[in-house]
Design a protein around this ligand. Structure first.
Ligand code: DC
Length: 218
């Protein structure tokens, strides 16, 4: 059984997917973390994210692996655990810029499908229901308004003691939405058979419950 959760940045996919996977005893697979891991490589090696040829040419030197420690997903970049290094805006922006290249997506496609073949997963991302797991038993498209998502990200960063500006965060979210939705390869969009959920005015428990309900109906 596989559950696909897609949606824009900051909609709460990872929080919700973690909750749902725990309740069901499934494995949570965060595909955004894989794109972020590659992005970290590009940043560290000063590869220009807008240069598709340079990005593609570097891919043979990048290995991304996933492991699970106490049920938590860890990402390895060339064998180094970089899980704690990929949650910055800089890495997120680089991931958004480079995830539009087909060579980058190709590289992660099999890794993602392979995980879903081996285990019951709740997988979140942008193209899970449309491209990676078109046969997923349950598909959710989870979104929220730019205001709601911006406020959540702002609160999250503040709580971690990171200085930030709400308007800038909202602008970044809009830009990233645009890039994710308008790229040629596997753009973010709701799969025809996905259940649409707008979490702007819902709390985490309500969203989790709505999804569990949906799964039970299947
Ligand atoms: O979900 P996230 O913010 O960690 O994802 C970072 C970027 O990676 C996002 O802007 C788009 C890209 N991404 C993607 O293209 N496809 C996925 N399945 C997951 C993420």
């Amino acid at each position: 059984m596989n559950i696909a959760i897609d949606g824009p940045a900051g909609a709460g996919k990872s929080t919700i997917a973690k909750r749902v996977s725990k309740k069901l005893g499934y494995v949570y697979v965060d595909t955004g973390a894989m794109y972020r891991t590659m992005a970290l490589y590009f940043l560290r090696n000063k590869i220009d994210g807008s240069d598709e040829a340079a990005v593609s040419a570097s891919l043979d030197d990048v290995s991304v692996e996933i492991k699970y420690v106490d049920g938590e997903q860890k990402v390895l970049l060339n064998k180094e655990d970089v899980t704690g290094l990929i949650r910055t805006e800089e890495v997120g922006n680089m991931a958004s810029a480079t995830s539009k290249y087909s060579a980058v997506r190709e590289k992660l496609l099999e890794l993602q499908r392979d995980l879903a073949r081996k285990m019951d997963v709740v997988m979140d991302g942008r193209d899970i229901g449309t491209t990676i797991l078109p046969d997923a038993e349950v598909k959710i498209y989870l979104t929220a308004s730019v205001d709601a998502r911006g406020q959540r990200r702002y609160d999250e960063l503040k709580a971690r003691g990171v200085e930030c500006d709400l308007e800038q965060i909202k602008k970044d979210i809009e830009d990233r939405d645009y890039r994710d939705m308008h790229r040629e390869v596997s753009p973010l969009k709701q799969a025809a058979d996905a259940y649409y959920l707008d979490s702007s005015d819902m709390d985490i428990d309500e969203v989790t419950e709505a999804i569990i309900q949906r799964i039970k109906e299947r």
